[in-house]
Design a protein around this ligand. Structure first.
Ligand code: MN
Length: 481
């Protein structure tokens, strides 16, 4: 059976040590310094164009190195990209092993930590009250048919007009005019708050936070209940109450140690064209009339770093994928104690294809687990259930399980005409089919029938000891005769 070559730790990537414990990273700058000291930060030449060129370089290094762009397009502020474009990097930022990452995230989501309000904050070193997005910030244009520059790594913070509780999300923000953004609000919490405000004739204050640490970025993607402030999940992940400061033009609280905050309002009774924009499924989200944000102020550090996420890049995929995995794993474990782990595969755009590892206890269980997963999130389109001897982070091993343990006439589940992702172009406006594949061994099968082959001692081979590099030259000469 094919197996992935074993991953080696990059040279010098010692865990973040502090007092003997691995501590989570709490600021963007600490994280970038850590990437730099472990060979995972590239610095581009100055003055790279903000239109496509910056995104092209970041995409080429995606998953290998984060990139820092000094003076992009001649702008005084630097751009950074690709901060968390590998799932192992996120575990590292959390200070845990990769295998413990989902459990750690779910624990933080279940045990949020209230924020700590501070009076003075680095993110308010400079306050610009006559803001001009196009002049004040280096905002790149990413994919070929994007309608123009987009803020892609902006955490949009809004307050529930009834309860005063905050929400955090990342939405795509089109620069429509020097003081105007077009926003795609999905039918979730921010949109719900705006609907409440608009019904009373009020605009909704928002703060768009750019340049935060990896764990605050991750927390913003938590599938949390309404009125659970995702900044409190960030605090739990960081192991300290997140320091927050009050905005200059509203009473919203934003991360004090962030790089940039854009303050504004979602306007009532106004929708304007937004899109197209290159999205996570590697296709464009369409152009349509969408919400409009008017900008009131921009606050930032003096030498602020502007973070951009390439639309559809690994950072985009991984950041959305891990919180979903954590939520789906917790959801499935509640009903099925045999579920060991889940993975949203890269090929399935970290949203659509779910691999589930189980310790099977009864026949038919895999199909119930599939139905549970489909119910867990409407984006889940295909579920493959495998046994414990399959590495679900290796797509070749999963395919091997399907090739040797699955028969389509008895192990396949198809659900027609169900709710799926609108961004999946093969659906009819989001309506499509679900497919489940049971690639587990029958419990009654004789032990040898599905026993995976192995060579005794293969795990113990040490190539440094067992390969004689010095003997090669002599043998090469002898073989040539
Ligand atoms: Mn929320």
């Amino acid at each position: 059976m094919p197996t992935k070559p074993k991953k080696t730790t990059p040279a010098g990537s010692e865990p973040h040590q502090h007092g003997g414990n691995r501590k989570p990273f709490t600021t963007l700058r600490d994280w970038l310094a850590h990437l730099a000291s472990t060979g995972r930060l590239a610095v581009a030449r100055p003055n790279v164009s903000l239109k496509h060129e910056l995104a092209a370089i970041a995409k080429t290094l995606d998953g290998r190195q984060a990139t820092l762009f000094p003076q992009p397009g001649g702008h005084p502020l630097a751009v950074v990209s690709g901060l968390v474009s590998a799932r192992e990097w996120i575990a590292e930022a959390m200070g845990v092993e990769h295998a413990d990452m989902l459990a750690r995230f779910e624990h933080a989501a279940a045990n949020p930590l209230p924020c700590a309000v501070v009076e003075r904050a680095p993110v308010q070193e400079i306050v610009e009250t006559s803001p001009d997005l196009l002049r004040d910030l280096p905002i790149p244009t990413h994919n070929e048919h994007d309608s123009g520059p987009y803020i892609t790594a902006g955490l949009i913070i809004a307050k529930n007009p009834r309860t005063g509780r905050q929400n955090v999300a990342i939405v795509r923000l089109q620069v429509s005019a020097p003081r105007k953004l077009g926003a795609l609000l999905l039918p979730r919490h921010t949109n719900h708050f705006f609907d409440m405000a608009e019904a009373k004739g009020d605009a909704l204050h928002v703060a768009i936070v750019i340049g935060v640490d990896p764990l605050t970025l991750l927390a913003s993607q938590a599938i949390a209940p309404l009125d659970q402030d995702e900044l409190e999940i960030a605090g739990a992940l960081q192991g300290r109450p997140l320091p927050v400061v009050r905005c200059k033009t509203s009473d919203m609280l934003v991360p004090a140690e962030a790089e940039i905050v854009v303050e504004g309002r979602i306007l009532t009774k106004l929708r304007e064209p937004e899109g197209p924009f290159g999205e996570f499924p590697q296709y464009y989200g369409d152009r349509a009339d969408r919400h409009v944000i008017e900008i009131d102020a921009i606050t930032r550090r003096k030498d602020a770093l502007y973070h951009t996420i390439g639309g559809g890049g690994l950072e985009h995929l991984v950041l959305g994928g891990i919180p979903r995995e954590a939520t789906l794993l917790a959801h499935l474990k509640r009903s099925f104690p045999g579920v060991r782990d889940v993975h949203l595969s890269h090929g399935g755009v970290c949203r659509y294809h779910l691999f589930v590892k189980i310790a099977k206890r009864s026949e038919g269980e895999a199909k119930n687990i599939m139905m549970g997963a489909f119910a867990g999130h409407y984006d889940v389109k295909q579920v493959i259930v495998v046994d414990e001897d399959v590495d679900i982070h290796d797509p070749q091993q999963v395919e091997w399980a399907v090739a040797t343990r699955f028969q389509a006439d008895r192990d396949l589940l198809v659900v027609t005409e169900s709710q799926g992702s609108r961004l999946d172009p093969s659906t009819r406006d989001g309506v499509g089919a679900k497919m489940g594949i049971d690639a587990t061994r029958p419990l009654a099968a004789p032990e040898m029938k599905f026993k995976k082959i192995r060579v005794p001692g293969e795990e113990a081979v040490d190539l440094a000891r067992d390969v004689d590099a010095g003997a090669l030259a002599g043998w090469a000469k002898k073989l040539q005769g």
